[in-house]
Write a protein that binds this ligand. Structure first.
Ligand SMILES: *Cc1c(COP(=O)(O)O)cnc(C)c1O
Length: 373
């Protein structure tokens, strides 16, 4: 992307230095005993999986993790040589490739492993396994001690696998009420303590738990949204143990500017009508870029001022009401800072009734990610 020519001025600027600072700060906060697993699933939360993985590893993350086998394969193919964990379910058909690439996978049941091991003759090196425990998330993971025993015996009886980790995932760590998280942690530790030998990585925490419950850090944490400078929730955001640095801004430029007299309608459906003489600017970004139609009325920043989007957001363009005449080419910030103003993904999320995670991952592929040096 960096080397290709980009004509349209709409872009997502990703600050890898912010990612690295977040990695270093969370590592300092955790201390030397707890490894950092940088979560780069969903194209690095929309920031670019390869660039984020490389930056996080360079800044000292011990491992990266993804949600799907394909994401892991892509990272290896792109030259990421560090440890990679696939946290979500993998099909049996992936295990030979996983072993070959040295990618660790999550396993949640013995019968799955037995099926996988029937392919193990083709393994070129042992398959790394992180056992997933369902301590209350109700998604994937084994749910009772007997299932764990069966799985451990199956792993021990094979030289083709390496029992490298055991982990669980919190459902409510970003909320004020810590009760469910405490119960989940205790339940998980009961599983862990039932093991005769513990694997190298016992891990439980996502970003919220990393930031709020450092005592649950164990051997490693899986740090996702925080890596990108976004708090998992308002509750966590108000209690950060160290500041997080924002890593993405979304920018464009005015492509067309006109004075519109009173009573003219703007955009599809003619639902916005000028009530006075208004300067209307057109910007080449629309819902196909992730500027969802529900963001009508949202402010953007131009010349350090907040300016509202007016009328229906189109697939590829949108209109704003300017405070005065402004030149074509004037910079427009959709997410990020300009002067003393800042628009955060949280602001979009509130307007859309969602969480900033969903905003980050819904900036579409059409928006080039650029990485200033
Ligand atoms: C996505 C994910 C994480 C990271 O969660 P954040 O809230 O973004 O830190 C950690 N663990 C698992 C299993 C996940 O799926």
């Amino acid at each position: 992307m960096e080397t290709s020519i980009i004509y349209r001025p709409t872009k997502a600027v990703v600050h890898l230095e912010a990612i690295k600072d977040n990695v270093r700060n969370v590592k300092t906060f955790l201390g030397a005993k707890t490894a950092l697993i940088a979560v780069v699933k969903a194209d690095g939360y929309g920031h670019g999986e390869v660039q984020i993985a490389a930056a996080a590893l360079e800044a000292g993350a011990e491992m990266v993790s993804v949600a799907t086998p394909d994401e892991a394969v892509r990272l290896r193919m792109a030259g990421i040589t560090g440890d990679i964990l696939v946290m979500g379910p993998s099909p049996v058909s992936f295990v030979t490739k996983a072993a070959e690439l040295g990618v660790a996978i999550a396993v949640s049941n013995e019968s799955w492993l037995k099926e996988a091991l029937s392919e193990s003759k083709s393994f070129t090196q042992p398959l790394k396994i992180h056992v997933k425990i369902d301590s209350g998330m109700g998604r994937i993971g084994l749910r009772d001690a007997k299932a764990l025993q069966l799985l451990v015996s199956a792993m021990e009886s094979s030289k083709q696998v390496l029992f490298e980790g055991i982990f669980t995932h919190f459902a409510c760590a970003d909320e004020e009420d810590s009760n469910r998280t405490k119960i989940q942690f205790k339940k998980f530790m009961d599983f862990v303590n039932s093991l005769a030998t513990k694997p190298r990585f016992v891990h439980a925490s996502n970003s919220a738990a990393t930031l709020l419950y450092p005592e649950y850090g164990l051997d490693a944490v899986r740090f996702g949204i925080g890596l990108y400078g976004i708090a998992p929730s308002d509750y966590v955001g108000e209690r950060l143990p160290f500041p997080l640095e924002r890593s993405m801004s979304i920018e464009s430029e005015l492509a067309f500017v006109k004075m519109t007299e009173t009573g003219n309608s703007i955009s599809y459906g003619a639902t916005y009508e000028t009530t006075q003489n208004e300067w209307i600017g057109t910007i080449p970004i629309g819902y196909a870029d992730g500027l969802r139609r529900g963001l009508r009325g949202q402010d953007v920043l131009i010349g350090g001022e907040r300016v509202p989007i007016v009328g229906t957001i189109c697939m590829d363009q949108c209109m704003v009401r300017l405070p005065r005449e402004m030149p074509i080419g004037e910079k427009v910030v959709f997410i990020g800072r300009q002067g003393t103003e800042e628009i955060k993904m949280e602001e979009w999320a509130k307007r859309l009734g969602t969480i900033p995670y969903e905003i980050a991952v819904s900036i579409s592929k059409r928006v080039p990610r650029v990485y200033p040096k």
